[in-house]
Write a protein that binds this ligand. Structure first.
Ligand SMILES: [Zn+2]
Length: 97
């Protein structure tokens, strides 16, 4: 029996893709649009579901990779970092209608 080494490209379920792993081991992922909770799983496969909060205290490594004023969110539970999804329109203050 051959190992199924080929990944099938069908059924693209929305997944927060891993963008980078920092020098300290922190993961940087791309948010799914409207994502509010962390979808990391721990070693036992339990969903983290921590709250993603805007985070401003990133260090030089983040600045180098994503820019001085990067929009970064961090899971308050497992500290995984998230970038905004490019398909997600920036949140505007008020609706005009
Ligand atoms: Zn988390």
């Amino acid at each position: 029996m051959a190992n199924p080494t080929y990944s099938t490209p069908d059924s693209p379920a929305p997944v927060a893709e891993l963008v980078a792993t920092l020098g300290n081991g922190a993961k940087v992922k791309r948010r799914i649009p409207h994502m509010r909770a962390c979808n990391e799983k721990d070693a036992k496969g339990k969903l983290c579901a921590g709250h993603l909060k805007r985070w401003y205290f990133f260090g030089e490594e983040i600045k180098e990779r994503f820019g001085e004023n990067a929009e970064i969110y961090r899971c308050e539970h497992c500290q995984t970092l998230y970038l905004p999804n490019p398909n997600e329109p920036p949140r505007s203050g008020t609706l005009s209608w």
